[in-house]
Design a protein around this ligand. Sequence first.
Ligand code: NDP
Ligand code: 2IT
Length: 446
Amino acid sequence: MLPASVRPVFDAVQARNPHEPEFQQAVHEVLHSIAPVLERHPQFVSGGIAERIVEPERQIIFRVPWVDDAGVLQVNRGFRVQFSSVLGPYKGGLRFHPSVNLSIIKFLGFEQIFKNALTGQGIGGAKGGSDFDPHGRTDAEIMRFCQSFMNELYRHLGEHTDVPAGDIGVGAREIGYLFGQYRKITNRHESGMFTGKGVQWGGAEVRTEATGYGAVFFAEEMLAVDGGSLEGKRVAVSGSGNVAIYAIDKAWQLGAVPVTASDSSGYVVDDAGIDVGLLRQVKEIDRARISEYAVRRPSARFVEGARPWEVAVDIAIPSATQNELDESDAAALIAGGVRAVVEGANMPSTPGAIAALRAAGVLFGPGKAANAGGVATSALEMSQNAARQRWSFDDSEAKLRVIMKNVHDSAFDAAERYGHPGDYVVGANASGFERVAHAMLAQGVI
Ligand code: NDP
Ligand code: 2IT
């Protein structure tokens, strides 16, 4: 139940955005968490901060026409939701996936505001993408799609305006084509207008690894507060993309044993521990399905049409997509003895799952905090681009580690300050919101 103080804001969001369940879900959670913040800051209430923050500053929806290899015309829909620029230029990834619609882009853009605030850096919140499905498309088709997408989006971007990056379905290959088209149209080699670029042409070291590495650093911080560590822990990871691969990689490095990976067809469980080299070969190079991992690895088996939460583990790191871990998955994890759930993806746990985990005393690291290492390293990429510098891998990883500790501590402290000790959901939302709200008040009603 939402506290009465924020209920009218949620009712208005529901009335105004009736067909946007993911956006409503994200708003509901944040409003719930910030009710105690509003109580303690009457100026946020009189300044209408909550009413204003739930409405994007700008939304762009556009046609993306392109021609496939068979010569057939295709039309996709493109989105960019520029949610808040109060702390810096709009910042957030692009998602290419057939499920993409306005609700999904708005929930992601909304979450991004508070995540980015929590990093302590000068970046606003945005998200974009398309209902384009890159699976099974040739390189030439991907390139033509990206070029058409940028033919429209370029006019809304810029290093001081809006700086996209990757997300589901948008990795190094797509970023290359998107950046190249922007450069061609504008006649500007404007490095800071995109992050996640190749390290040979303005990309930052560690940006590729940052989200997965950051989530595991966050897990380490949470476990340390609880008197534990990653040493010897069995870890279930979902997904087998950018976030999952590097979460698995860092889990190994910090002494844990990651035993699962998945995609939308099912999951693999490997009792010898996931072989990162083989996983990268299968997913990044061969662009094959996760079942192929089990074909090539004797200690692994593929479980079709299921999710990895039925495997008994100490730590779960959902790193695929929204609402991929529901109440029954949470019950299975609890029955298997899970100690911590750390969200590598955005909003992977349903509200029912979070409630069940909380009731069982499981440590829970929400995506807004736990996966903030990706965008935080994007901000480091922007700094390097602005200064025409290139920092080393070790230096950049050390910076990421400090940022994740600060993100953890900000969320932990805010949870204590607002009377919910140990509740990182309240802590992350409250801490991010405080920063955004103060800036909005200072900058007037705009
Ligand atoms: P990738 O495209 O690299 O990988 C996505 C993975 O998730 C794939 O294994 C994909 O499998 C799986 N997946 C996608 N949709 C579904 C679905 N509906 N059901 C089951 N599995 C699915 O994306 P990323 O690793 O970059 O992103 C993963 C998550 O992390 C997303 O929630 C994203 O928003 C979040 N995130 C990403 C950041 C980044 O820097 N990249 C930063 C912070 C958060 P399949 O191929 O079968 O679709
Ligand atoms: O959800 C996210 O934080 C991202 N996809 C990364 C955004 C970014 O701008 O690096």
